[in-house]
Structure formats: structure tokens, C-alpha cells
Design a protein around this ligand. Structure first.
Ligand code: AMP
Length: 223
């Protein structure tokens, strides 16, 4: 689909809700730039930048990094692509971050993946990640073609330091207390669209149909 005006979207959902996978599909199907705050932070850690080294401990422990740090990082990246339609994944995660985003851009739609916490706990502890790209696999229901290797590059997959059971519990708690208020923030603006389920492949067709409809309206200039 070719967009006639810029489209700005946010995807939300607890860690392990399939956000990364759905974001990749949205980016590919609708030509949006996919910006993942977690991938950006992990790239900084991998490259051993000053910021990455400073933030590694909080991330490994499943705590959120400070609002001003992540907001500056993401807004700087968005500023570098002024003519692109984008999809933000993992940001905003607090109401303060949502307000910082609002001050700079008007968000068209917020896609919320609503997946039960017990499904997520099972999923995250069997998740393997290709760190350079952020591609994720699950040994149970989405295994790589060759065990332990990324399908695209053949590079090794790793289990994230923050995907251990205790850290997963802490990340879900952080989601509940700090990120759920962001859903309310967007609901009150009338731009929140919630998709519920336990399987990404069953949720995806609904997200795709919604965006097709939404973007055809954008293209007609009605929205
Ligand atoms: P994710 O890959 O989105 O689950 O992010 C991994 C970790 O990066 C999180 O558990 C946080 O420690 C940190 N992080 C990512 N995005 C944000 C954000 N918007 N605000 C604060 N911390 C974040």
C-alpha cells in the first residue's frame, strides 16, 4: 500500500505479547519505519556506548530506563526521518513519555495487543532472539529453521538476559504499574484499538484488516 500522507502509529502490549513480530509484519505490509526502543537500547549495549553501559544494569533487571533518557533517544531518531511514516514499538511506556511524544508529533493510532500474563510467562522463558535485528523465535511454536541460528543471517541466537522467570515477573509488574496508565491516556484520546488473544498468528489478521481500513481512509484524506 502506498501512503499519500504520513501515518504515525504506536504499538503497545506487555513484553512477550508478540509486539515485535506484529510490528515487523506491519512495517513490511504497510511500509512503515519500525522503531523499537528495546532494539535501540540493546544495540547501544552491544556497541558498548556510554549510554548502553549506563543502562545495561536496569535493563538486565527488568526495570525501565529513565524517561528523559529514552524520550531523548527516540525523539532524536524520529527527527532524523521527518518524511517517513512510522510505527513505535516499546515507546512510550509511561505517561510522561507519552506526553513527550505528544508534544512533538500527533499519533494517528495506537494498537494494543492484549495477551494474558500467564501465556506471556510461558512464552518469554522459551524465547530466543537475534540481537542485531531483534528477530525473535520461540522453541515451541515459532522455531528457527536451524536450531540456534537466525533464519536470515545464520548468526547465533541468544536468550536475553532479561528473559529469566524472575525478571519476566518484574517486567510484567512494571508494565502493570507504569504502562497500563498509558493505555488509559490513549483511550481517553479515542485512538486506542485493542486486539485480544493468545496467539500472534490469530491476532495478526485483525490488526492487518484494521490498518488496511484505517490507511485507506488516510489515503482518501478523510482522517
Ligand atoms: P523491550 O525489548 O521493549 O522489552 O525492552 C527491553 C528493556 O529496555 C525494558 O525492559 C526496559 O528496561 C528498557 N526499555 C525499552 N523501552 C523503554 C521505554 N520506553 N522506557 C523505559 N525503558 C525502556
Amino acid at each position: 500500500m502506498v501512503l499519500q500522507r504520513l501515518f504515525r502509529a504506536v504499538i503497545m502490549g506487555p513484553p512477550g505479547s508478540g509486539k515485535g513480530t506484529v510490528s515487523g509484519r506491519i512495517a513490511k505490509t504497510f511500509g512503515l519505519e519500525h522503531i523499537s526502543s528495546g532494539d535501540i537500547l540493546r544495540a547501544n549495549i552491544n556497541a558498548k556506548t556510554e549510554l548502553g553501559l549506563l543502562m545495561k544494569a536496569s535493563i538486565d533487571q527488568g526495570q525501565l530506563v529513565p524517561d528523559h533518557v529514552i524520550s531523548r533517544l527516540i525523539l532524536r531518531d524520529l527527527k532524523a526521518i521527518p518524511q517517513s511514516s512510522w510505527l513505535l514499538d516499546g515507546f512510550p511506556r509511561t505517561v510522561t513519555q507519552a506526553e513527550a511524544l505528544d508534544d512533538a508529533y500527533s499519533v494517528d493510532t495506537v494498537i494494543n495487543l492484549n495477551v494474558p500474563f500467564h501465556t506471556i510467562k510461558e512464552r518469554l522463558t522459551s524465547r530466543w532472539t537475534h540481537l542485531p535485528s531483534g528477530r525473535v523465535y520461540n522453541v515451541d511454536f515459532n522455531p528457527p529453521k536451524e536450531p540456534g541460528r537466525d533464519d536470515v543471517t545464520g548468526e547465533p541466537l541468544v536468550q536475553r538476559d532479561d528473559d529469566t522467570p524472575e525478571t519476566v515477573t518484574r517486567r510484567l509488574k512494571a508494565y502493570e504499574t507504569q504502562t497500563e496508565p498509558v493505555l488509559e491516556y490513549y483511550r481517553s484520546k479515542g485512538i486506542l484499538e485493542t486486539f485480544s488473544g493468545t496467539e500472534t498468528n490469530k491476532i495478526w489478521p485483525h490488526v492487518e484488516a484494521f490498518l488496511h481500513k484505517k490507511l485507506s481512509v488516510v489515503n482518501k484524506g478523510v482522517a
